[in-house]
Design a protein around this ligand. Structure first.
Ligand SMILES: NC(=O)c1ccc[n+]([C@@H]2O[C@H](COP(=O)([O-])OP(=O)(O)OC[C@H]3O[C@@H](n4cnc5c(N)ncnc54)[C@H](OP(=O)(O)O)[C@@H]3O)[C@@H](O)[C@H]2O)c1
Ligand SMILES: O=C(O)C(=O)[C@@H](O)[C@H](O)[C@H](O)CO
Length: 275
């Protein structure tokens, strides 16, 4: 069984989840189905990915109990606002074919649009109404988190952010730890890029007789973050979940963190917009 973190609202969150940004032509129902068979219990989708249908089909078809699976989805920029957020959830529930969203996130803060506080208020109310179990955010900076805390008194239980060895996010992780927010890592493998061939990662893989991908995902775990690797390959899915049988040394963790050079895709949440 995959270990869990406990969210501030008491919900257990599996320590690794499956990303579902779709490769061209990919059958997401098959991808999520094999992941559930491999033991994944946290599935990360978004209205914007157009993968909610495949995720929902796989969850409903699986022999794994619905209660044991945590489905995350996200409100896109086009649905920011109090009423618009409710419409977003209505669409996501219909796409997923599920009764409740387990974890709902604001996908991007879009500070220039300036509706993320209203969106957050709507999510607080939807949680009270039982449409949504846990509420969190994605791509929020410390300033965005401070603002929703000040204006609503409610902090998110999760902040899902870009995090990989090129961008370890030490300051934001420290803020999260101080405020009881769990960090989720998106693009945790740097999208399977040349990153996986770099010396500190390759050396640790050889030392522990595991793959470079397993080393990077274990590095996330030892930083206290929950990685969401995407793979449609059943062997890599199993490998990406199998990171709890070895431990990196402090020196290996530091060497991997020292690869820091910044965001891969230049998506600064203060300015980046997608709808
Ligand atoms: N909140 C946000 O704004 C945001 C932004 C981006 C992503 N996300 C979420 O985070 C998830 C993961 O991020 P991502 O999809 O960008 O990138 P990623 O998980 O870092 O990398 C996925 C790529 O790496 C390959 N791969 C998977 N496991 C591997 C391994 N062990 N060794 C080598 N290559 C491996 C995959 O190919 P195969 O499929 O062939 O294995 C795929 O091409 C997304 O799917 C999405 O759910 C959220
Ligand atoms: O996949 C998501 O959740 C996004 O928000 C996207 O915008 C990615 O950040 C983008 O594809 C990375 O290049």
């Amino acid at each position: 069984m995959t270990p869990t973190f406990t969210l501030a609202d008491g919900t257990p969150l599996p320590a690794v989840g499956l990303g579902t940004v779709k490769a061209h032509g990919e059958d997401m129902t098959a991808t999520v189905g094999s992941a559930l068979d491999a033991g994944y219990r946290l599935i990360d989708t978004a209205l914007r990915y157009e993968t909610e249908g495949g995720v929902g089909d796989a969850v409903r078809a699986s022999s794994v109990s619905r209660d044991d699976i945590l489905v995350t989805t996200k409100i896109p920029g086009r649905h920011h606002g109090y009423d618009e957020a409710k419409e977003s959830v209505r669409l996501s529930l219909a796409n997923l074919g599920l009764e409740q969203i387990d974890l709902l996130l604001i996908h991007w803060p879009l500070p220039k649009v300036d509706k993320y506080v209203d969106t957050w208020r709507s999510m607080i109310d939807m949680q009270k109404d039982g449409l949504v179990k846990s509420i969190g955010v994605s791509n929020f900076t410390e300033a965005h988190l401070d603002r929703i805390a000040q204006e609503t008194g409610v902090l998110p239980v999760v902040n899902q952010v870009e995090l990989h060895p090129y961008f370890p996010q030490a300051d934001l992780r420290a803020y999260h730890a101080e405020h009881g927010i769990v960090t989720e890592s998106w693009s945790p493998l740097g999208r399977g890029s040349e990153l996986l061939k770099l010396a500190p990662i390759a050396d640790a893989a050889a030392a522990h007789d595991v793959s470079a991908g397993q080393v990077v995902l274990r590095w996330h775990h030892q930083l206290g973050a929950v990685p969401l690797p995407k793979s449609s390959n059943p062997d890599r899915q199993r490998q990406n979940l199998d990171i709890f049988g070895f431990e990196l040394t402090d020196a290996e963790v530091s060497a991997i963190s020292s690869l820091e050079r910044g965001r891969i895709w230049d998506q600064d949440p203060d300015t980046y917009e997608e709808f």
